[in-house]
Design a protein around this ligand. Structure first.
Ligand code: FAD
Length: 396
């Protein structure tokens, strides 16, 4: 308790008391994820980023699985069945370590597992979900193609019948976890419209070369999926869902995690800038004592706080079952853009050190360029919000 009349000391990472809006179970989830990150990710992630890739991805997946973080908001089949807010808090902590790690968890849980959980048969769920929840099997989600990103409805990957079997041909591009995945959820055009397929990656005709030369999300594996006459049994297809509704239902889940995650990257960059400003002396004073630096820090703190409040608000609405897709679009649009701005301002506070991997800022900043683009570009989310506001679709 604070004595009457005396304000509580300010936590610079939570100056408006967002902590008070969380329950004790939620704080416990957040703290457990934070500890895992401090033990298994933070000491190594700059090296993974510099060298490109995730050398210990299988061990890491099992550790994440043992804490219930893979498909953590799904019920049954070995999943932890936690709330949307718990999941969001976990995403924030993971992305405070690195967007690549949060991407691993998002793609596994919100894209690959969610697709199977929501649209799969009982057999598909039983075969894959318990192993994926434990981190023993890794999944990927193939929607984007070399020529079709924002407009996946025009995809060229095709699935055709051959007797009872399906034959898949096509290419997917920019697929997170692709080269290490045990199972790929692949969306393909059929005579009945777009359908989803559960593809074990050992199936003949399937390959997943790594995409090289990335300068963003380097602590993450990004791949092409090549499908050359991949023969699958009839029961590899999701039975009911047809059209873009299928993949979009999954993207909405992953985007929700990004609304939170982006604030984690921003918090890490802000914390680095604040600490640096207190220690770095120029003109005989810490740079934190200059008004121009304080303006930067105050602006960053305000955006960080509002972004976190927005994420929490959407999380509470998701748990209540009331959140609508355009709200999540607004969250992704706002929070990723603001997180990127926070990182850019934080980078200036660090001067030349701002471009060094010795500090997390430039890593977060370049990572967020991917986060800005995937799961719907800012332009796409602007159009979703625009349509919700005006009733006019302006996509084409
Ligand atoms: P395009 O769609 O070609 O867009 C190019 C530009 O044109 C953008 O600025 C876009 O907003 C703009 N534009 C397009 N249409 C319009 C319009 N109507 N009005 C105004 N502007 C428009 N995909 C997956 O399926 N699975 C994954 O696991 C996955 N992981 C990824 C990981 C990384 C690191 C990256 C970078 C991408 C990943 N993606 C993944 C792909 C990602 O979802 C796409 O890159 C994204 O959807 C954009 O598609 P595009 O790159 O083809 O850009």
């Amino acid at each position: 308790m604070t004595a009457p009349g005396r304000p509580a000391p300010v936590d610079p990472l939570d100056p408006i008391g967002i902590e008070d809006l969380l329950g004790s179970d939620e704080k416990a989830v957040r703290d457990a994820v934070r500890q895992l990150c401090a033990r298994l990710i933070d000491p190594y992630v700059a090296t993974w980023f510099e060298e490109g890739g995730l050398p210990s991805i299988r061990d890491l997946a099992k550790e994440l699985g043992s804490l219930g973080l893979l498909g953590m908001h799904l019920q049954g089949y070995g999943c932890a069945g936690m709330s949307a807010v718990d999941y969001g808090l976990a995403c924030l902590e993971l992305e405070a370590s690195d967007s690549g790690i949060r991407s691993l968890v998002s793609v596994q849980g919100s894209l690959a597992m969610f697709a199977i959980w929501k649209h799969g048969t009982k057999e598909q769920k039983q075969e894959w979900l318990p192993r994926m929840a434990a981190g023993e099997a890794i999944g990927c989600f193939g929607l984007t193609e070399p020529d079709h990103g924002s407009d996946p409805g025009a995809m060229r990957t095709r699935a055709r019948r051959d007797g009872d079997d399906w034959i898949l041909d096509g290419r997917k591009m920019w697929i997170t976890n692709g080269s290490v995945a045990d199972v790929a959820v692949v969306w393909a055009n059929t005579d009945e419209g777009i359908r989803g397929f559960v593809v074990p990656t050992g199936t003949p005709g399937f390959s997943a070369p790594v995409i090289k030369h990335k300068l963003s999300l380097r602590a993450s594996i990004t791949s092409e999926l090549v499908l050359d006459g991949v023969r699958l049994p009839a029961d590899a297809a999701f039975p009911e869902v047809r059209g873009l509704r299928g993949p979009l239902s999954c993207l909405n889940e992953a985007r929700y995690g990004i609304v939170w995650g982006a604030m984690g990257a921003a918090r890490s960059a802000f914390a680095a800038a604040l600490e640096y400003a207190g220690q770095r002396t120029q003109f005989g004073r810490p740079i934190a004592a200059f008004q121009l630096t304080q303006a930067k820090l105050a602006g960053m703190a305000a955006e960080l706080a509002t972004g976190q409040l927005l994420a929490l608000h959407l999380g509470r609405r998701k748990d209540a079952g009331t959140v609508r897709p355009h709200e999540i679009s607004m969250g992704k649009l706002n929070n990723v853009g603001k997180a990127l701005e926070i990182c850019r301002v934080a980078r200036t506070v660090l001067g030349a050190n701002g471009i060094s991997l010795e500090f997390p800022v430039i890593r977060h900043m370049t990572n967020l360029e991917s986060v800005l683009t995937y799961e719907g570009t800012p332009e796409m989310h602007t159009l979703v919000v625009g349509q919700a506001l005006t009733g006019h679709a302006a996509f084409r």
